[in-house]
Design a protein around this ligand. Sequence first.
Ligand SMILES: [Zn+2]
Length: 367
Amino acid sequence: MNVIRTITFKLQLPDGGSTALLDTMRAYSMAFSASALWGFENHTWNKVENHKATYQAVREAVPDLPSSLVQGARDCACEALKASRCKSLPEQKPLAAMRYNQRVITVNLIHGIATIASVQGRIKATFPISEYHRQYLSWTVTSSTVSYDRRKGVFYLHISMDHPDVEPVQEVRVLGIDRGIVNVAVCSDNSFFNSRRVKNVRAKYAHLRTELQSKGTRSATRKLRRIAGRERRFVTDTNHCIAKQITNSDFTVFALEDLSKIRVQKRRSKSFNRKLNTWSFHELEQFLRYKAEALGKQILQMDARYTSQKCSVCGHTYKGNREGSSFQCRKCGFQLHADLNAARNIAQAGISCLSRLPVNQPNVACR
Ligand SMILES: [Zn+2]
């Protein structure tokens, strides 16, 4: 199984390094435009043809741009043409990100050093390496991108890495996960992720927000923006922790409701829409997927219908089985926390889905 990750570093450049990289970006952008225009006019995204037609002219126009970057720009242009089926002329901002292949950039993840080709020769940049990044030392770098944040005046290095050796876990132990409003996640092994802290923090922000909104001054608006950022980071951090805890458990297959399908359906109760909007479930799902993948584990997406109305013991499905957070089956009398009952249903659906599938399909949707 191949696992691909992109990690980003903030670059520290030597004197004159910024100017050199900015000039390189401008030249790169010219190369991109030349390739894009030729491909657009000749209605092709073929890289070889594009190369034959444009390479010489581009080399003459921007002689200092390393040839490998000329090729990188051409590849990007051809990919953009392909994406639009040549229906529109791909445009790039003058200081857009540049794609480097391994010949024109060397990245040393142990010491945090990158030598980057530019119109003024190679530039030696440094970037801070943390303990966290050590896990990537054995990975293979596949491509690198250098981008520029004009507002901050900062360059970033994005490294795409490939780890081909993740062994898929053979053993199958399915965990059902129900995501909800009161509880961010409830798992079929009886674990709840609600944390009073999450509720308290969110309530605190909600309170602050109403207060500031009622003030309406400019400084209040500024403060509102600041706390919005803080709250978002809190949600992200919490999602990270939950995903980590869940994926590091003994379970090897994680079954989730497919919430993406639901948003497009029209008639949904208010409470369901709130469920979707109050927590960043998509983000939680991304993190779960990301972490599970790296461990060789699987994510299954289940049909979300009736998971909260169905009895996880006898299968009787009835709307009145659930009332708020409590579930009581009208047929067999089984009682349980409603979210936990839903999580068990999701787990069962996951198990029956797996029995119908060939093994080792990492991320599949079951409907
Ligand atoms: Zn029942």
